[in-house]
Design a protein around this ligand. Structure first.
Ligand SMILES: NC(=O)c1ccc[n+]([C@@H]2O[C@H](COP(=O)([O-])OP(=O)(O)OC[C@H]3O[C@@H](n4cnc5c(N)ncnc54)[C@H](O)[C@@H]3O)[C@@H](O)[C@H]2O)c1
Length: 313
């Protein structure tokens, strides 16, 4: 049987229904797909329904669905992989970030899916090459890493391991695009993909600045929110310097300020997460929050993210 075309997918499965799995589920449902969800946690089904309901408003505001409430009748649930997987055209695995769990799950999933089913892992920083190492049919396995929160932010980083078929990566790129995402394809697998590595690089320096006593956690976050953050949202991090070079663009910037950039790179910090530094970071980030819960901070973030996405058109 031939594999279904990416824009004709009707049924998907999600494995792991935590933060990321729930976001995928909401997005798949908003796109009219039937979803089978798998998670062994005792309260997982109720939690998933609640989370999808709480995400639905953002999906409506983004124009991703016109349905007033999530179509939960299109969502089925089981605690372990089973016969429901036979009709899934894509499995999106978002289970805990542990290689043993992901390898075992892949083996369990492969026992039920059809030969054509694509299996994508949301892994943040494991290598898909390691996850697929013991698979029966590793060619159909890939990493498709969403950027949190997946129901709002468009980025999906697509990469294959040494055994992934190129046509599977082509299929995945088309599928996520059809889903309304913005997939970016890596030429090779790497821990943390692109965005996670860039985030890690920037956070490393932010932590180093705290460690050296240069500024407080709050002031460093304020600097990002009021300067580079909004600018990156419009240009990316390379284009910033092309525009920073005046009429001569990037070439002028590099000729004029490349040396000072190199000096800054050479002075960047490499902090170690000692117990003392961890305490400083935790205290710093919670200092002005009072009684505010994480849930209310996430709500506020998501509201603002929706506004940013709407303003980008
Ligand atoms: N949190 C993020 O910002 C983020 C972003 C992108 C990708 N990811 C990746 O997504 C994956 C999930 O991360 P998360 O933050 O949603 O974690 P999470 O802890 O919120 O959710 C994990 C879920 O997997 C379930 N689970 C445990 N064992 C399982 C099993 N054997 N089968 C099926 N489900 C099982 C848990 O009950 C839980 O609901 C990880 O690989 C992570 O690297 C995370």
């Amino acid at each position: 049987m031939a594999r279904i075309e990416p824009n004709k997918v009707t049924k998907v499965a999600i494995v792991g229904t935590g933060l990321i799995g729930a976001g995928w589920a909401a997005l798949f449902l908003a796109n009219g797909l039937k979803v089978h969800a798998i998670d062994p946690a005792p309260d997982a089904e109720v939690r998933l329904h609640d989370t999808i309901r709480s995400m639905w408003g953002s999906l409506r505001e983004l124009g991703r669905t016109s349905q007033p409430t999530p179509p939960l009748d299109a969502l089925s649930f089981s605690s372990t992989p089973g016969a429901e997987l036979a009709s899934a055209q894509l499995v999106q695995e978002s289970a805990p970030e542990k290689i043993e769990i992901k390898q075992q799950l892949l083996s369990d999933i492969e026992a039920w899916v059809s030969a054509e089913t694509i299996i994508a892992s949301s892994t943040s920083a494991l290598l898909i090459g390691d996850i697929q190492a013991k698979a029966r049919n590793p060619g159909r396995c890939l990493a498709a890493h969403p950027f949190n929160p997946p129901h709002i932010l468009p980025l999906v980083e697509v990469s294959g391991g040494p055994k992934t078929d190129d046509e599977v990566l082509d299929w995945a790129m088309s599928f996520y695009e059809w889903l309304g995402k913005t997939p970016v394809r890596l030429s090779r697998q790497i821990e943390g993909h692109i965005a996670g590595r860039l985030g890690a690089a920037m956070w490393r320096e932010a932590v180093s600045l705290v460690d050296q006593g240069v500024a407080t956690v709050a002031d460093i976050d304020a600097a990002v929110r009021n300067g580079p953050g909004p600018r990156w949202a419009t240009t990316g991090c390379h284009m910033v310097y092309h525009l920073g070079g005046g009429d001569g663009g990037m070439a002028n910037y590099l000729a004029h300020l490349g040396e000072s950039q190199q000096r800054r790179w050479d002075s960047l910090g490499t902090p170690t997460l000692t117990a003392e530094l961890c305490e400083k970071l935790t205290e710093g980030v919670t200092k002005d929050l009072g009684e505010r819960s994480i849930a209310s901070l996430v709500d506020e973030r998501d509201r603002k993210l929706v506004q940013i996405m709407q303003s980008r058109g």
